[in-house]
Structure formats: structure tokens, C-alpha cells
Design a protein. Sequence first.
Length: 86
Amino acid sequence: MESIRQKRRLRLEYHGKAPDGTFMLRVGHKDNELLRVHQLAGGTEPEPLFNVSKIEGLVVLEEGVVKPGPNDKKGDCAMKKIFCEL
């Protein structure tokens, strides 16, 4: 959540893969904690949801986030509870 407040990008691994150029948009709750990201390159979805418990190798980068992803919506309806959003 602190990376969202500081508007900083993240690097992470998910299911053994490192999605290229991802940054965090929000953390929500839908019977488990979820992280919606905007992938700057690679991946099959532009803004997938990741299960937080399956994220590995999380690193907060020095690079900042200028704006949310193009499909970002405040109050994301896929989330039961939003802890923090950009």
C-alpha cells in the first residue's frame, strides 16, 4: 500500500514469471487479497488481478507512476473492499 501512496512502480514474480514493467494500482478484498496491476509490457491482459499470497520477489522501484492505467476505475467493482488506490 505504501508504494501506491508514494506512486512507485513494482517488480514482482507471479506463478514463476516476472510480468514486465508492472505497477500497483490498488489492493482489494474478494475473499482473498488481490492486486490489480497495469502491465507496461508483456502479459496477456493489460490490467490483471493477482492474488497477493502468490506474489513473490516483490521489489519497490525508484521509478514513479505518472498516472493510472487506461482502464483504471476508482471504486473497482471487482473488489469487495479497497484498501488503497492510485
